[in-house]
Design a protein around this ligand. Structure first.
Ligand code: GTP
Length: 388
């Protein structure tokens, strides 16, 4: 900032009146100029303060997010709105499909997040991205721009933030604007660098947390839900069934003579049969059904809003699909197996206004287990049904 001010010298003090009035005018002009500079500085400071506050609020919001899907939403759609951007893209390096797998377990499809792109490795990306350690502003080269903003080629300025966490590159957060000055090449990147660091921490924390939560509710052999997950879900489904006045059904699916498979082919082969059975079962179910490995060779399926006769039809379908499935073992040996299925159903009229306890869930499981016992006793490879 250069000043137009002429500072008075000793000789100018004794000058004639016209000179003094000229000096006065000069002083007024200088004063005016200084005032304008002050106002500009103040506006600049206020703008920086507002920007800082906006970033700080945003960071607090990010740090309080507790689910992976919320975080992805927040880093893309919400970020776009909050910072009045024209485009936001989040590119995630997800070589082992870990993040996509977690989303699927949360009943979300990765395609739902249209601004999130998944790549196996950074080597699949254009060279300028592979070497990025700090945010870069301005426009990227055409190839890189196309990869990052494929459907938005008309952006006038962009910022690309690499998300590093302890020397591991998690991905890139990319902002685009139609305003060429928004991310001009001479823009300081301190704010962006800080934002990138916070986003990387949040991403890593939430991914790890989700992995732990899901791990604690999943059967490691079959990938189905475990008993702990069933307990939680049973409570929720009973409450929903009571609220909406809908029946809730449950199937116990048990392999017939599984011990013989273990004894004849070994435990490892038995494990493979269990894994394939779980896959086969899931294939026959609806998206709203909840499949669980209850223990050993016994699987349980919760069927929300399903009456007893419909649950029996579904159980027959499951039984058929397993009977018709050929289990191919590791040494090429082919095996056919059968299952017995017990179906139990609870009607909301059985517990109209009572406060729900875990006992109601236990009643439903006992009912389906009793039906399974009936199916086994009647000769196996069949479905038996009971209602509460
Ligand atoms: N391979 C393998 N076997 C298991 C696992 N958990 C339990 N088992 C075995 O599953 C078998 C279950 O046997 P049983 O309860 O007698 O039932 P079954 O032989 O299927 O006979 P029915 O149910 O009466 O038709 C036992 O041999 C258990 O050792 C597991 O994780 N892997």
């Amino acid at each position: 900032m250069s000043s137009p001010m002429n500072l008075p010298t000793d000789s100018s003090i004794s000058q004639p009146v016209t000179t003094v009035s000229n000096d006065c005018a000069q002083l007024l002009a200088d004063n005016q100029w200084l005032r304008e500079q002050l106002i500009t500085l103040r506006d600049c400071a206020l703008e920086t303060e507002a920007l800082f506050k906006r970033h700080q609020d945003w960071e607090i919001e990010l740090l309080t997010i507790s689910t992976l899907d919320q975080l992805l939403e927040c880093l893309t759609t919400a970020m776009c709105a909050r910072f009045t951007l024209d485009e936001v893209r989040l590119l995630l390096l997800d070589g082992d499909h870990g993040i996509r797998g977690l989303l699927t377990r949360l009943n979300k499809t990765p395609d739902e997040f249209i601004s999130v792109m998944f790549y196996a490795a950074v080597t699949e990306l254009p060279a300028p991205l592979t070497q990025l350690t700090t945010p870069i502003v301005g426009l990227m080269d055409t190839d890189t721009h196309r990869v990052l903003f494929n459907t938005a080629p008309d952006l006038a300025s962009t910022a690309v933030l690499p998300l590093w966490r302890e020397q591991r590159l998690l991905g890139f957060l990319c902002f685009g604007s139609h305003d060429p000055m928004r991310y001009s090449p001479d823009l300081g990147t301190h704010f962006l660098q800080r934002l990138a660091a916070i986003c990387a921490v949040c991403l890593e924390n939430i991914t790890n947390r989700t992995r732990l939560e899901i791990g604690g509710l999943t059967d490691p052999l079959t990938g189905l839900h475990n008993r702990r997950a069933l307990k939680q879900r049973l409570h929720d489904e009973l409450a929903r069934s009571q609220r909406l006045g809908q029946p809730l059904s449950c199937c116990f699916v048990d392999l017939d003579f599984f011990k013989q498979i273990n004894d004849s082919y070994g435990h490892a082969t038995g494990d493979m049969v269990l894994m394939e059975l779980a896959e086969c079962l899931q294939f026959s179910l609806r998206a709203c059904d909840f499949a669980v490995r209850f223990g050993g060779d016994e699987l349980v399926v919760l069927l929300p809003a399903t009456a007893n006769n419909d649950a029996c039809l579904l159980a027959e379908r499951v039984r058929h699909s397993i009977v018709n499935h050929t289990f191919v073992l590791s040494d090429g040996l082919e095996l056919s197996i059968t299952v017995s299925i017990g179906v139990g159903t609870i009607m909301p009229s059985a517990y109209p206004k009572e406060k729900l306890t875990d006992e109601r869930g236990d009643d439903l499981l006992r009912c389906a287990d009793a039906a399974l016992y009936e199916a086994k006793r009647a000769g196996r490879n069949r479905v038996a049904c009971q209602s509460l």
